[in-house]
Design a protein. Structure first.
Ligand code: PLP
Length: 427
């Protein structure tokens, strides 16, 4: 899908026409959003899926209330991490039996990074450096720093700029690098990194790679197995619409699966958990990446979002996402030209995820004013207004209306009011 006219000639009715011709239009009905709301924060928390409340009710009233403990077997609770893992694999290009849904992204990163370092340490003990993006989501950096400290074995976390990653690590890939942890799409700017070429550059340097797919799973085509990557992690609550705090996933390449040494070796990763043996023996295959008992209500609700993503052609999603962000960027640049706004999301499609980020010196207050009008994006330090574009429930007219609202707010300095300076704990 391409935008036929640029904004010099484009108007709201042209956007309405684009929405009428949209192949993904019907998916809007799979979600429940409040009236009079434009929801541009699906890159942070996806929208509520249509059957979520009913599914939670069913799990609570029937499976828990009536089935009680029997439901671990009869309702398939025990198998949910693997069952949902298969559904995630279908979205991110994992092989059968390569992925489980469990824990949080942060915890899964700890497990994956620990296992990768152990593998590397056996093969190349002199490699003690972990590289990650300076602009990676801070939790990933903190988890790596925490792991290095726990290991107390000379590991060092080094931060590299996004440009260094895109260029294939010309300055940072030395024979001391053991592991590279990369977020596929920068959470602040929306910059996308090429998985295949970046993975090749890392492997050529003798290091392993873990990809964080939080901001790309469900938003664009991913071919984990085909890319040659080693491991990947990601969440289900953004573009996969799993619900607040829904469980994350972990994928490990087939080749590495049974060499994966689980640092959080709880009973769910045991080969025979119900033998209650005092001796640990890791399960073969993906159950090895589990740790302990999972939140079944949350996991059951997350399945609805995964089913929607599995039922859609990701190439069509990507095409519409790029058309939406092209339109957004074009409108910002032409209709807000006299304001101190900078688009920080890359213009090149190959480097763009599914969001548009712009900066404004009063970014927080501007976003607060937009949210007061029912146009929900979010704000990230410093000065960044983020607009997530989820093609399944966002249309071209909503992009038009958002930029027009921004124009009104900026032209009339509506952001300049005391209530728009007050920050909650979550921005
Ligand atoms: C890229 C990225 N990685 C990791 C995380 C942390 O996820 P969690 O809080 O589920 O561990 C987030 C959260 O938004 C994220 O965006």
């Amino acid at each position: 899908m391409t935008i036929p006219e640029l904004s010099a000639t484009l108007d709201r009715s042209a956007c309405e026409r684009l929405d009428r011709d949209d192949d993904l239009r019907a998916f809007r009905d799979e979600f429940i959003l409040p009236p009079e709301t434009i929801y541009l924060d699906g890159n942070s928390l996806g929208a509520r899926t249509k059957g979520a409340a009913e599914r939670a009710q069913e799990v609570i009233a029937d499976e828990w209330g009536t089935g009680l403990i029997r439901s671990w077997n009869t309702a398939g609770w025990f198998d949910l991490p693997a069952k949902l893992g298969e559904k995630v694999a279908g979205i991110v290009g994992g092989e059968t039996g390569s992925t489980v849904v469990t824990d949080t992204t942060s915890i899964n990163l700890f497990k994956a990074a620990s296992a990768a370092l152990k593998m590397q340490s056996a093969a190349a003990p002199e490699r003690r450096i972990i590289l990650t993006q300076r602009e990676n989501f801070p939790s990933d950096i903190y988890m790596l720093q925490g792991l290095a400290e726990q290991l107390d074995d000379g590991y060092e976390v080094r931060l590299v700029d996004d440009e260094e990653v895109t260029a294939g690590f010309p300055n940072s890939m030395t024979d001391e690098v053991a592991l590279v942890v990369l977020t596929h799409v920068n959470y602040r700017t929306g910059r996308l990194f090429d998985m295949e070429t970046t993975t090749s550059a890392i492997h050529a340097g003798g290091a392993m790679v873990i990809w964080d797919l939080c901001h790309s799973a469900g938003a664009l085509e991913i071919d984990l197995a085909g890319s040659g990557a080693d491991m990947a992690i990601g969440c289900t609550y953004k573009f996969l619409n799993g619900g607040p705090g829904s469980p994350a996933f972990i994928w490990v390449s087939e080749e590495l699966q049974n060499g994966f040494s689980q640092p959080l070796s709880g009973w769910w990763s045991h080969a025979k958990p119900f033998e209650m043996s005092p001796d640990y023996a890791p399960a073969e295959g993906i159950r090895r990446y589990l740790t302990g008992t999972q939140g079944i209500v949350s996991m059951s609700v997350a399945e609805l979002g995964l089913d929607i993503a599995n039922g859609v052609d990701m190439a069509t999603v990507r095409q519409k996402s790029l058309a939406l962000s092209d339109l957004f960027i074009d409108l910002v640049e032409t209709r807000l030209a006299e304001h101190p706004i900078e688009v920080v999301t890359p213009r090149e499609h190959a480097h763009r995820g599914s969001q548009v980020s712009i900066t404004h010196p009063e970014g927080f207050a501007v976003m607060s004013t937009l949210i007061e009008r029912g146009i929900i994006g979010d704000y990230r330090e410093p000065s960044v207004l983020r607009f997530g574009l989820t093609p399944l429930y966002i249309g071209f007219t909503e992009v038009w209306d958002t930029v027009e609202a921004l124009r009104d707010i900026l032209d009339n300095r509506l952001w300049d009011a005391p209530q728009h300076q007050v920050r909650g704990a979550v921005t």
